[in-house]
Design a binder for this molecule. Structure first.
Ligand code: SAM
Length: 325
């Protein structure tokens, strides 16, 4: 059995936010834009995990293949290894987790053993001071240690590095990040800054598009080297330098959204099923108890998926911390 939405897109991927809490307050993620805020965590509202598992079980029957655990910072959940084990046991082929890496070295081996296939690590600067400013307090040495540990523990799965380039802040680091792939099997992915968190004014004028990121890389290569196109994988448009060990990807939710190939649903940490990151529609998981009710919820969420980018309609801009990035 497989799930198809009203536009014949196959839905086999769920992004599951397991907490709204975060140990960092990245300037582009946490509400409040660049202002200093003491808000480093939001109340934990996550419903019974059993219910989420039952929902994933039902989705698995309908062909769910891929789950990404996100947040907030998923490693703040004390039971994260248990959650991973339970989700993998459903028969999920590709189970991944997105983290800021600050706590990853403590958990990596346990997560791998529990069935986690790979990780994405968010890393927005290779300069310690700038990293601390962007994350409002994060430690670059810790994040780099996480990258090294993840490379070893999850090998041969590549470590994916998520970088959000911002004009005048870390935009000048794009070529340096791309060059990390020359000697390492990393997938470095440049993600366009999205207007989330109720402070969209902050984002206008600061966004570097995928095209601008590509041009910055080309300009830094001085004409000699080329970025070879590898094609699209999920939401990422991938390239590589000749002979490089890793991949350079561009994720362009703004300049070239990938709605035509969208294959996902989202579950927020508050237990709401969202057809799209920017959707104002959501279904409440807590209202379903029986398998039939879960099935109904799954089908109605899939069928309520919109065709195109809701971003243009400026429908809903909750922070990534709330919805799960
Ligand atoms: N705490 C984890 C982390 O930092 O990776 C997972 C949650 S975080 C919200 C997931 C991803 O969302 C990160 O890679 C982050 O860079 C991205 N993100 C957050 N706000 C964003 C924004 N306004 N535009 C683009 N990406 C954003």
């Amino acid at each position: 059995m497989e799930l198809r939405d009203s536009f014949d897109r196959k839905i086999d991927y769920i992004r599951l936010s397991v907490t709204e809490m975060c140990n960092l307050r990245c300037i582009y993620c946490v509400p409040g834009g660049r202002e200093k805020t003491s808000r480093c965590s939001l109340p934990e509202k996550m419903p019974e995990f059993g219910k989420m598992l039952s929902f994933l079980h039902v989705a698995r029957k309908y062909g769910l293949k891929k789950v990404r655990i996100t947040g907030g910072e998923p490693l703040l959940r004390k039971d994260i290894v248990h959650l991973v084990r339970e989700i993998k046991a459903i028969g999920i082929e590709d189970l991944s987790l997105t983290t800021n890496g600050q706590l990853l070295p403590f958990f990596a081996a346990g997560l791998k053993k529990a069935g986690l296939d790979r990780v994405n690590i968010s890393l927005d600067s290779l300069d310690a001071r700038r990293y601390m400013e962007i994350t409002r307090g994060g430690s670059l040495p810790r994040a780099l240690r996480a990258v090294r540990v993840a490379k070893e523990v999850f090998w041969p799965a590549p470590v994916k590095i998520n970088m959000v380039p911002i004009k005048g802040i870390n935009g000048s680091e794009i070529p340096g990040f791309a060059r990390l792939t020359l000697e390492n099997s990393f997938h470095v992915r440049f993600i366009e800054l999205m207007p989330v968190g109720g402070s969209s004014f902050f984002f206008e004028g600061l966004r570097l598009t995928a095209q601008e990121a590509k041009e910055a890389i080309k300009a830094s290569m001085g004409g000699g080297q080329k970025l070879l196109p590898l094609g699209r994988s999920g939401s990422s448009d991938n390239y590589m330098f000749p002979g490089a060990k890793g991949v350079v990807g561009f994720i362009s939710p703004i300049s070239g959204h990938f709605c035509d190939s969208c294959n996902r649903l989202r579950i927020t940490a508050a237990g709401k099923i969202r057809p799209c990151l920017f959707s104002s529609r959501e279904e409440d998981l807590s209202k379903a108890s029986t398998e039939e009710e879960m099935e109904q919820l799954l089908l109605s969420s899939v069928l309520s998926k919109e065709k195109g980018s809701l971003l243009e309609k400026k429908v809903r801009f909750d922070s990534m911390q709330q919805v799960g990035g």
